[in-house]
Design a protein around this ligand. Structure first.
Ligand SMILES: *[C@@H]1O[C@H](CO)[C@@H](O)[C@H](O)[C@H]1NC(C)=O
Length: 211
């Protein structure tokens, strides 16, 4: 029994150890200049905007991952929040040109308290260049979740990446397309925990576009 437990522990450590080693580093350049801000019109407005986080100079967002509270958490807490956080994973195009990437920097703005981070979705070529948000509108006395999921288009070969978020609500309009090289920064609007009140976590996002 003990032997079985320690074997289980060792294999868990192996799995998570690799996970940590294979992950990118948290690194950012807060004051990096940007060319434009990409926004969408269907975000909701509970909460406050988090700090702007920019990929390190010379790097562009090529992949993303999401923090999502799924059905299981909804049942556990009786309150759905769906999308809680968005990470951009940035690469240096002069060092590698096709995924999956191992050398990358990760940025995120404010993040909600619920859910788990999903795997990274990478553009097979080019950078993230526009996005679309799936949002559930105000539910009145019912449970609100606000933002549920996100899709990105890559600048490379007309590829669309869809996040593994939840499916309440509707997709809104696409943001503008980045006129520079690609998306290079992120700011999220996240509602703080409401105690016994109705939590929604992530409500809106805007992204920076760099030359
Ligand atoms: C993103 O890709 C989808 C599917 O190809 C397309 O319908 C949409 O117009 C694209 N959005 C932008 C902003 O280019």
């Amino acid at each position: 029994m003990y032997k079985f437990l320690s074997l289980t522990l060792i294999s868990l450590l192996t799995v998570f150890g690799q996970y940590v080693i294979a992950g990118g580093r948290f690194e950012r350049t807060i004051s990096r200049p940007f060319r434009s801000l990409l926004t969408v019109h269907n975000g909701l407005s509970w909460g406050s905007w988090g700090q702007k986080e920019m990929c390190p100079t010379g790097m562009y967002a090529t992949g993303f991952s999401l923090k999502v509270a799924g059905m299981w958490e909804s049942l556990q807490f009786g309150d759905n929040t769906a999308l809680n956080g968005i990470r951009l994973h940035c690469i240096n195009p002069s060092k590698s040109s096709s995924g999956p990437y191992e050398d990358y920097a990760t940025v995120q703005s404010d993040v909600g308290s619920w859910g788990k981070w999903s795997d990274i979705k990478w553009c097979s070529s080019g950078f993230l260049s526009s996005f679309q948000l799936r949002v559930e509108t105000y539910q009145g006395t019912l449970d609100d979740t606000a933002a549920n999921n996100i899709r990105f288009n890559c600048s490379g070969n007309a590829e669309m990446l869809k996040g593994s978020g939840m499916s309440w609500g509707e997709w809104g309009d696409w943001s503008e397309k980045c006129g520079g090289k690609g998306i290079c920064g992120i700011e999220t609007l996240v509602e703080q925990p409401q105690g016994v009140g109705d939590d929604t976590a992530l409500n809106d996002v805007r992204m920076h576009c760099c030359d």
